[in-house]
Design a protein around this ligand. Sequence first.
Ligand SMILES: NC(=O)c1ccc[n+]([C@@H]2O[C@H](COP(=O)([O-])OP(=O)(O)OC[C@H]3O[C@@H](n4cnc5c(N)ncnc54)[C@H](O)[C@@H]3O)[C@@H](O)[C@H]2O)c1
Length: 425
Amino acid sequence: MAQPHEPAAPEAATATPTSAAGTRPTALGTAPAGPPLRIGMVGYAFMGAAHSQGWRTVGHVFDLPRTPHLTAICGRDATAVRAAAERHGWAHAETDWRALIARDDIDLVDICTPGDSHAEIAVAALDAGKHVLCEKPLANSVAEAEAMTRAAERARAHDRIAMVGFNYRRVPATALAHRMIAEGRLGTLRHVRVTYLQDWLTDPDFPLTWRLRREHAGSGSLGDLGAHIVDLAQYLAGEPLAGVSALTETFVRHRPLPGTPTTGLNASRTLHTVDRGQVTVDDAALFTGRFTSGALASFEATRYATGRKNALRIELNGEHGSLAFDLERLNELWFHDGTEPADRAGFRRILVTEPDHPYLDAWWPPGHALGYEHTFVHQARDLVLAVAEGRTPEPSFADGLQVQRVLAAVEESAAKNSVYTPIAV
Ligand SMILES: NC(=O)c1ccc[n+]([C@@H]2O[C@H](COP(=O)([O-])OP(=O)(O)OC[C@H]3O[C@@H](n4cnc5c(N)ncnc54)[C@H](O)[C@@H]3O)[C@@H](O)[C@H]2O)c1
C-alpha cells in the first residue's frame, strides 16, 4: 500500500542512553544547539496554552539542532496578553498579529486562533519569510486552504515551511499504528471505523461561543472534531478518501448569547427572556467514505454524546489483522494478529511506553504513561527538526487542504440528501 504520509521517523527521536538498570535519564539537552528558533504565537487561550507547553518543554526533553525561544505572544487585549505572556513564559507581548509578523526577531509564527483568521495570518507570515504552524482545521473554506497552500509553496522556494496542527498523529500509539500499517501488518485494508465523541453541548443553555458561528468556525463538530478524524484516518490508511455520503444535524438552533445570565433558567423560563442567537453550524456529522483503494470508512463527530468527553476511537481492519485506539486510553494500542493460530489469536493490548516506541526514547521508563499535552511537545519536536533539515513537515498545508476538501464534500453531500459526493482533487 502506498504510504504518502510517512512520518519523520519519530522513533529515531534521540539516542538517549539506557542504563544497566533499564532506567534512563529523561532530559538531556546535550546536543550542540544551532541558532535559536524564535517563535511568535497568535492566540493564548486553549491551544495557546497547549502550544506554549510544547514549545517550553521540547528543548528540555529532546536533543534538538535548534532550541525554540518563546519570543513573543499576541492577543487583542493588552492586559490579558501580558498576563498570558507572564503565565506561559513568553518574553514579549503584541496586540496586533501584523506587528508580530513584522518583528525581525521571529522565525516561526504559530497560529492558535479560530479558523476565521488562519488564512490571513498564515499567508502574511509565509510571505514575510516566516515558518508557520497553523492549528486545525487549516481554514474555514477550500478557497482559503488553497490560498494558504499556494503561499506555502511560494515560501518553500525560500526554505520556509508550513505545518498543520493535527496533533493526534503525534500520540505514540497512533504513530506506532502508522508504523505497523506501513510495515504491512494489516495487509490490504478493508475498514476504517472512526468516531470523535464529546458532550459539552448537551446543555441547551450552553452559550453561543465562536465555535457555534459559521463566520468564525467554518463548520461545527465537522470542522472541529471531524477534521481530526479525517486526517487521522487518511494518515493511518496511507491514502486519501475518494468520496463521502453524509448526514449533518443542528439539534439546538438557538443558544444564549455569551454573557447572558442563564442561572436558574429552567425554573424561571416563562418569566425571563434570554437573549439568544442562532447556531449556524452543525452539531453532529455522520458520514461514510470510500478510500481510493476501495477500503470503506465510517465517521461520526458530535458534541452531544452524553458522557463521552474526548472519545476519539479508531479501528482499522485489514486482511491480516486489526488495530484499535481510544484517545481516552492513549497509552494503549490494541492489535489483533490475524496470522496467529485461531486457538490463541485475539486482540491484545500493547502498552506504548517502550523506548522503541515512537517518541518514547526521550521520556520516562516503560510503563510511566504520557498524556494529551505530550502530543504538543512531539509536534514542536517534529517541526523543529523539519525546519533544521529544510524539509516539508507533515501534515503539510497540502494535507490540510485535502482534509478541507473532504469537509466540503461532507457538507455538499449532507445538503443533497446524502448523495455520494466525490472528493475534488
Ligand atoms: N489540535 C487540537 O487538539 C485543538 C483543540 C482545540 C482547538 N484547536 C484549534 O485551535 C484553534 C483555536 O482554538 P482554541 O480552542 O484555542 O480557541 P480559544 O477560544 O480557546 O482561543 C482563541 C484565541 O485566539 C484569540 N484570537 C481570536 N482572534 C484573534 C485575532 N484576530 N488576533 C489575535 N488573537 C485572536 C483569542 O483572543 C484567544 O486567545 C482553532 O482553530 C481550533 O480548531 C485545536
